[in-house]
Write a protein that binds this ligand. Structure first.
Ligand code: ADP
Ligand code: ZN
Length: 732
């Protein structure tokens, strides 16, 4: 973009990108006073006005006399060149149209509106007509703030009075009421505050990262270290170096629930909390972050994957914590992997990336092996904490009734923990009560009306729920197929049912269930996690929600109910995912002084993945897995793209699928193969039939261009939809 002008005079032909579902930018005329490249504008589109960004000079090819003029320029700093380049490259990589990319970058409400205001209060000049104790407390609170303004709720809370006391003082001029913008800068973080004294390997790793950040150039580091080895302490030093340089930092985390503990750690290290960006944040706060990030009023953002698209003024560091986590892949709308996009964005802004994990993705491991990423390894747990001992429990010898899942040895081990005042975790990666509801009279299994998926019973919600589309219904009394009453039975375990078994087996124990369905707000969930950490439960029954990052100091036993669960299915990452999840869950045990044990219930103790998990030979596991993938020519040693076609008309999807398969010349030219069409593993979702094609191409081939040419041959008619998933992570 070096030769493009940065300002367009009034009446000049310009290209404006809007968030409307079009192919790309449209031509307009620059408004009165001209306009900067990157400016946020409002432009007429049909009968409406839409928000857009000045993308560059007009593209031409449209009758100049018919061009319309941009209506207004919004009072927001223009989008930076770096961001436009990032959106274009990310869009080209993921084959996502630019308008959809712009939507990702403008996910804050009312961007163009003047900043919203709120009322704040500070000490006025008058004297109260009557001195009361409550009034005195209000004035004392304001004096204590040394002239700073407070909101009504802050002030009444601090003074311990009702808001009417404050309002009364306002009337008399004793307290002054003012309008103040909501979009205020975040409290300054101080990188000069001291860190914890680092252990030797931590200090060495921190030193390398500090130097990398100080270089002001792009680079990616894989920070590998067992859970509890101090990866967070180490990358906070990289954050410190970045802030000290006056640049901004972004820490991506996979789970909202993780951030409470993390925010406290940031506050302890830098003296204030960072900005927090995720789906649970209010609209006003989103708007504030968006503006503050753009104007330098936020030094550090902690957020979910979409925080990567915030308009940072000068992004110097992106940390992707738990980089292997599959939640970094956005599976709806624009299909992108935040880990890969972080690397792309950093390479454009001369920033550093730190990928932190105890069990990296094979992609990142391979990039480190190939020397594309720097590798730093922390080998031991910090302090006296030792890694848990891991053992398998061979379930073939256990004679459990069909509705019980906790084996005798596991129950005995859990009982010992309860007696010692320690905690045990029973882990089952399945939400709800039972995955299947079957009629014992006719054998019918209750399925979703809109999807080819079974309805999962959730007793806590007292409903059956489709995990695909979210459809719910009350659990019927009568079989919907044969009409017989009272014969519907739950089959198989979910965490809720496991908790029921645990309550029956350990009636004296306090049992906590950690599954996302059980909490309606992130706050509730955080509170529960905090209570468990303080010893508020003896047994924790949980899904993979507990596998991630929480620190339960009293937890010394992890029992995995079904270690084989993830090994089924044809997913190319089944082994990798199981390995990561099992090591991660096991890592929850023994994080404080007392050593931990992880017991894995399995029907296949000799399976190579189970053996690798137990032996802890991580490098051996990665190398074996890498060899297999290399031989099969699959990622990261080959490239893949998934195509999902959908329509309410099953014939139409297959017709298009077959036509695509027959006309794959564009793919053949780069040496790629196409598989399918085949019904997607879940062949119907929300009433739409789904068909899948899979493209496999050699590493280094121009996959995106070929796929674009290939699918571009067809016009989609009616309700047919086609989605391209570059580097697919899951195959549903
Ligand atoms: P990881 O991110 O690798 O799981 P953490 O950084 O969370 O590890 O460290 C695990 C625990 O050990 C945390 O409670 C952390 O505060 C503590 N810890 C790690 N390194 C140090 C250190 N150098 N000094 C004091 N405490 C530390
Ligand atoms: Zn459904």
């Amino acid at each position: 973009m070096n030769d493009t002008p940065s300002h367009f005079p009034e009446g000049a032909r310009i290209a404006v990108l809007t968030t409307q579902p079009l192919d790309g930018p449209l031509d307009y005329l620059a408004p009165e006073g001209g306009v900067m490249i990157g400016a946020y504008v409002e432009a007429p589109l049909g009968p409406r006005k839409v928000m857009g960004v000045v993308w560059g000079p007009g593209l031409g090819g449209f009758d100049a006399s018919k061009l319309r003029r941009v209506s207004s320029v919004l009072d927001v700093p223009p989008m930076r060149d770096e961001m436009r380049v990032f959106l274009e490259k990310a869009g080209a990589y993921t084959l996502t149209p630019l308008p959809a990319m712009l939507r990702l970058a403008t996910r804050a409400p009312a961007l163009g509106q003047p900043p919203s205001k709120r009322k704040v209060y500070r000490r006025g000049t008058g004297r109260p007509d009557r001195e009361t104790e409550a009034r005195a407390r209000v004035m004392a609170a304001l004096d204590e703030m040394g002239g700073l303004a407070l909101t009504l709720s802050e002030l009444s809370q601090m003074a311990g009075v009702t808001s009417s006391v404050v309002k009364g003082l306002v009337k008399q001029g004793v307290v002054s009421e003012e309008e103040s913008p909501r979009d205020t800068p975040y409290p300054r973080l101080d990188p000069a505050l001291p860190s914890k004294p680092l252990a030797e390997d931590q200090a060495e790793a921190a030193e390398v990262l500090r130097d990398a950040v100080a270089s002001g150039r792009y680079g990616t580091t894989l920070l590998k270290g067992v859970t509890g080895s101090g990866k967070t302490e180490v990358y906070l030093e990289a954050v410190a170096a970045c802030l000290a340089k006056g640049r901004q930092a972004l820490v991506l985390l996979p789970e909202i629930a993780l951030s409470a503990e993390f925010l406290t750690r940031v506050e302890a290290r830098f003296g204030a909390k960072p900005a927090e960006w995720h789906s649970g944040v209010t609209q006003t706060e989103r708007r504030r972050i968006w503006h503050m990030v753009g104007s330098g009023g936020a030094q550090l953002v902690v957020g979910a994957r979409s925080a990567l698209f915030l308009p940072f003024q000068d992004l110097g560091l992106v940390v992707v914590d738990e980089e292997h986590d599959s939640s970094y892949k956005q599976e709806e709308g624009a299909l992108y992997n935040a880990r890969d996009m972080a690397v792309l964005r950093a390479s454009i802004t001369d920033a550093q990336v730190v990928l932190a994990s105890a069990t990296p993705s094979l992609e990142s491991w391979a990039n480190a092996e190939a020397g594309k990423y720097r590798r730093l390894t922390l080998t031991s747990r910090f302090g006296t904490a030792a890694l848990p001992e891991m053992k398998s429990l061979d379930m073939r010898g256990e004679d459990l009734p069909a509705d019980r899942w906790i084996s005798e040895p596991l129950a005995a081990a859990a009982r010992r923990r309860i007696e010692n005042g320690e905690q045990a975790l029973l882990f089952l990666n399945r939400r709800g009560y039972a995955p299947v509801t079957i009629c014992r009279a006719c054998g019918h299994q209750i399925g979703c009306k809109h999807c080819d998926a079974r309805m999962v019973e959730h007793r806590f919600l007292k409903r059956l729920v489709c995990h695909q589309c979210g459809e719910t219904e009350p659990r019927p009394e009568v079989c919907p197929s044969c009409g017989v009453e009272g014969k519907l039975a739950a089959v198989g375990p979910g965490v809720e049912r496991l908790a029921e078994e645990a309550r029956a087996r350990f009636p004296e124990a306090r049992i906590a269930v950690l599954s996302s369905d059980m909490y309606t707000t992130a706050r509730q969930l955080k509170a529960e996690i905090a209570s468990i950490a303080e010893g508020g439960a003896d047994i924790i029954v949980g899904t993979q929600l507990v596998a991630k990052g929480h620190n339960f100091p009293l937890l010394t036993l992890v029992g995995v109910i079904d270690a084989d669960l993830g090994l089924q299915g044809s997913d190319l990452r089944a082994a990798e995912r199981t390995f990561q999840l099992m090591r991660q869950v096991a890592g929850r045990a023994g994080r404080a002084e007392k050593p931990g044990v992880a017991l894995l219930q399995t029907y296949q103790p000799d399976h190579p993945v189970i053996r690798a998990i137990l032996s802890g030979d991580e490098e051996g596991f990665w190398r074996a897995e890498a060899r297999e993938r290399e031989a099969a020519g699959v990622p990261p040693y080959g490239r893949m793209a998934g195509i999902i076609l959908s329509s309410e008309d099953v014939q139409k999807v297959f017709d298009l699928g077959n036509a695509l398969a027959r006309n794959a010349g564009a793919l053949r030219r780069i040496g790629a193969d196409v598989y399918g069409p085949a019904p997607a593993p879940i062949a119907r979702v929300r009433g739409r039939h789904r068909v899948r094609l899979l493209v496999k191409a050699p590493k280094g081939s121009a996959l995106q261009a070929a796929v674009a040419d290939w699918v571009g041959q067809f016009r989609l008619k009616g309700d047919l939809r086609l989605a391209v998933d570059i580097d697919p992570q899951s195959f549903f």
